[in-house]
Write a protein that binds this ligand. Structure first.
Ligand code: AGP
Length: 590
């Protein structure tokens, strides 16, 4: 889960790569670096620990010349966050530079062999082995393609890497095995990156590489091969993401911008190709059993989907955490449908669950934001979130898009025509809810000093309680727990003392009365109740009013104040909400 990028063309590479790194930073921000090959066939590297902006400030960067280069932003796995462990890496004779995303499982073994042959390693990373291996193999073969096929034959693990060799000027190579890699086709220039966002300002024509594919790029040509060295013909795809949608506009952070975009993105999620919806619905209708899997926020969307499918379509659903999928693999019903939910479509746990399910003969459909991602290509049918790139590490607009898609499917299956058409009112209701911004900022200003927060709700509000807690933890680093409101009295009530904030999700639906009683039990023990509801109550110390809506829409509306609370608590605690510590947007390791 690092971001890699490469450029070969007729322009100076450094500023193009630096701009790309800024767009890839969501993938990791422990360190960043750029390498270029100059006209004298010399490779130069500038890197630094910390975020891309720190790299951008380095004076050496302006002297980095070359029309071919690589760039990397790191989320550390092997080796600490140090300058030496930062990418790009070099081979010992500075003949090869590489950037890598993923894990080389057999790096210790390879490193021992290369050590014995006199290669000097300077980092603790698994990645550096690729640079030395390319150098060693190329020295024998003297031809890029055979060298590359030999290298990938020796590497084990999940990886995407790009390399430039001093001896083969203005040729860039790349390889993909279980980690994303996309080619960007420009005019007299070509790109390679973990995500098309990196180069979308230069071209929207892309080729998504598949597993076990290699690519050789020059400024004019792009040739794709399989790992055995056979040429593969692959069509280019035109992608639609607008450059404008990756700017922060007037917002201080991407996270806030993405929260505010939800008034439009909830409707975008409903604007699906009718044929794709038919295929998805048909798969659900034919399935002997339905499983849904995901991680983190996407898992919370899956939990809500279970309730929607049960309530509105009378379809029983089992929700399985992708990271725990191994436990259930053998028990899967072969006639089942597995719905995999993922913003990125690259989460390793999700992809591994999908692989296991497919091996057992289970049909896989998915709900994904990133078109062209691995999950889309591994699925028999997909509905896209259509919410545009989500840069903030915390999932916000992708979550509400997932909720809208699940709503649409459940209502369509249950033939609930009135509720289906009512879904189109969600945009207006979300817009109204966004008006809570100033009030929530004020609440966060007051409560950000709390050590613990609790979030409770029943039924459809329970997954939202889990999500509210996750969001607060990851953005503000305040300890938080989400739970079913009725479960408080079975243990956690012991943690409530004077002033402990408890967010109660309680709009007026079938759960209203019971949840209000649970809130009163907390208040009687000194808890500070933050009621998210459609109706004021003297039980609430703070009242956050959301608009009256159909019960299935409430979770979408509740998501907004919960995301804002987490965002403003982070800001009050002087944390950058876009880049929470220790996290990365795409978790491409298991
Ligand atoms: C959410 O805010 C998190 N950053 C994280 O839990 C995320 O939802 C999870 O890693 C799954 O990602 P995906 O949807 O891209 O698969």
């Amino acid at each position: 889960m690092c971001g890699i990028m490469g450029y070969v063309g007729d322009r100076e590479a450094t500023s193009i790569l630096l701009d790309g790194l800024r767009r890839l930073e969501y993938r990791g921000y422990d360190s960043a670096g750029i390498s270029t090959l100059d006209s004298n066939r010399k490779i130069h590297v500038v890197k630094d620990v910390g975020k891309v902006e720190q790299l951008a400030q380095k004076a050496e960067l302006s002297g980095l010349r070359g029309i071919a280069g690589l760039a990397h932003t790191r989320w550390a796995t092997h080796g600490g966050v140090t300058m030496l462990n930062a990418h790009p890496h070099l081979s010992c004779n500075r003949e090869v530079t590489i950037v890598h995303n993923g894990i080389i499982e057999n790096y210790l073994e390879l490193r021992r062999d290369l050590d014995a042959k006199g290669h000097l390693f300077v980092s603790d990373t698994d990645s550096e082995v690729i640079a030395h291996l390319v150098e060693a193999v190329y020295r024998n073969k003297k031809d890029v393609l055979p060298a590359l096929t030999d290298v990938v034959r020796q590497l084990k693990g999940a990886y995407a890497f790009a390399a430039i060799l001093a001896d083969a000027p203005n040729v860039m190579v790349g390889a993909r095995q279980d980690a994303p890699l996309v080619v960007g086709l420009g005019n007299g220039e070509n790109f390679l990156a973990s995500d098309a966002l990196a180069f979308i300002g230069h071209t929207d024509r892309v080729i998504f590489l598949d597993n076990r594919e290699l690519v050789l790029l020059t400024e004019k040509n792009v040739t794709i091969y399989d790992f055995e060295g056979n040429v593969k013909q692959k069509p280019a795809t035109q992608i639609a993401w607008e450059l404008g949608s990756v700017s922060r506009r007037e917002f201080e952070h991407y996270t806030l911008k993405e929260i505010h975009e939800q008034k439009e993105t909830v409707l975008q999620a409903l604007r699906q190709d009718p044929r794709s919806v038919d295929v998805f619905v048909d798969a659900l209708e034919r399935a002997g059993k339905v499983y849904i899997t995901g991680c983190g926020t996407s898992f919370h969307a899956a939990l809500l989907a279970k309730l929607l499918f049960t309530t509105y379509a009378k379809i029983p659903v089992e929700v399985l955490l992708s990271s725990e999928f191994d436990q259930y693999e053998e028990l899967l019903d072969k006639k089942a449908l597995l719905i995999a939910v993922s913003q990125s479509g690259e989460t390793a746990d999700v992809l591994s669950a999908v692989k296991a399910a497919r091996k057992m003969g289970v049909k896989v459909c998915s709900i994904v934001n990133a078109m062209g991602s691995t999950l889309v290509r591994e699925s028999e049918c997909t509905l896209l979130n259509n919410c545009g790139p989500e840069i903030g590490v915390a999932a916000t607009k992708s979550f509400t898009s997932q909720l809208m898609i699940f709503n649409m499917l459940a209502l369509r299956l249950g033939q609930r025509e009135a509720e289906l058409s009512d879904l189109w009112s969600t945009g207006r209701l979300v817009e109204k809810t966004l008006g809570l911004d100033a009030q929530i900022q004020e609440i966060a200003d007051r409560l950000h000093v709390a050590n613990d927060f609790y979030f409770v709700g029943r039924s459809l509000h329970h997954p939202l309680a889990l999500e509210g807690a996750l969001k607060l933890k990851e953005l503000s680093y305040i300890h938080a727990e989400g739970m079913a409101a009725g479960e408080l009295k079975h243990g956690s009530l012991a943690l409530i003392s004077e002033g402990v904030p408890v967010v109660v999700l309680n709009p007026e639906d079938g759960t209203y009365g019971d949840t209000l009683s649970n809130a009163s039990e907390v208040k009687a023990r000194g808890g500070r109740i933050i009621g998210v509801s459609t109706k004021p109550s003297k039980v609430y110390d703070e009242y956050i009013e959301i608009p009256v809506a159909a019960p299935n829409i409430y979770p979408v509306l509740e998501a907004v104040p919960l995301q804002m609370l987490a965002y403003y608590a982070a800001v009050s605690r002087q944390q950058n909400p876009d880049y929470p510590r220790n996290l990365a947007k795409s978790v491409t390791v298991k």
